[in-house]
Design a protein around this ligand. Sequence first.
Ligand code: PMV
Length: 359
Amino acid sequence: MTLSSNFKDLLSDGVLTCWKSPANIALVKYWGKKGHQLPANPSLSFTLTEAYTITRVAAKLNEDGKGPQVSFTFEGDKNQAFAVKIEEFLTELSPYLDYLPFVSLVIESGNNFPHSAGIASSASAMSALALALICIEQQLTDEKMDDEAFYRKASGIARLGSGSACRSVYGGYSVWGKHDDFTESSDKYAVPIDFIPGKLFEHIKDTILLVDQNPKKVSSRAGQMLMNTHPFAKARYEQAVSNLSRLKVSIRDNDWDTFAEITENEALSLHAMMMTSTPGYILMRPDTLNIVEQINKKRKQNHINVCYTLDAGPNIHLLYPEEETEKVLILTQELKQYCSGGKMIHDMIGQGPENKQCK
Ligand code: PMV
């Protein structure tokens, strides 16, 4: 995108933007990469409401043209380690964002959820930063993108920072990775789903049961690398493609039972991949399994439409339609004993990122 002829004047006054972007929870999991930060299989998630990052970025002219200089604060504290990571990320982005060599960036970021809570913050953080960077580009160019192009570009940039982040630039459900049943889908960016979810899925809720709040022992990056030599990788990627086809139909046709079957199959398959990697590792904790056992038992006894999924960690995401809220609240009282400090976060599907100054 060509910069305006007066982009240096604009930058000397400073260009500012601020984005709030949520985390997301995957139903069909991305686990395994190919090429340059492309997914080995397609994935589908919905964006949350309560777990989000707010990122403010101020861009100023940096005359020497030697790449972006970054000052980064996280929740009010200077964070040099993060600043270095972000600088590396930004250097990688230079081919996509022409203004980067000419700026100094002051980035201030914070989450509304405790970072020790064991909730992945990379999706909300990287999507907020990507949206802010594209928003600044828009302020420095005469070629204005329409919304679709804006969010696709932001999604592609977010993907380079953290794969799952590319799905967080949209509200509701989104898909990342080429799949025949989603016409606009791409490996390079996520797109919103191309169908209307059934009533049960419109306002789907997610209560996150915090089993263990310590940082996980094996990072997503390291875990995904192990997929490169995993003996079951090919079968796993095929399973994800077929699960995504069936999941689409279940959400569209309001079929909770099939949705629950596929969602839980995806969660367990993700963790099975970790356990059968070389070396293998286990991110679930004994209380993760205690909760799964209780869900299996109690939902049958009490006829509750509820199922679970897991991220790359020990915490359980309880998923249920809005109308089951009362019954699920009773169930969570029984499950509280398995949560660290009795903690849980009541969340639900959300509208996606927000911005006040730009879009
Ligand atoms: O975005 P990454 O590279 O941290 O990978 C996250 C992968 C999972 O959260 C386990 C699944 C997903 O699709 O979000």
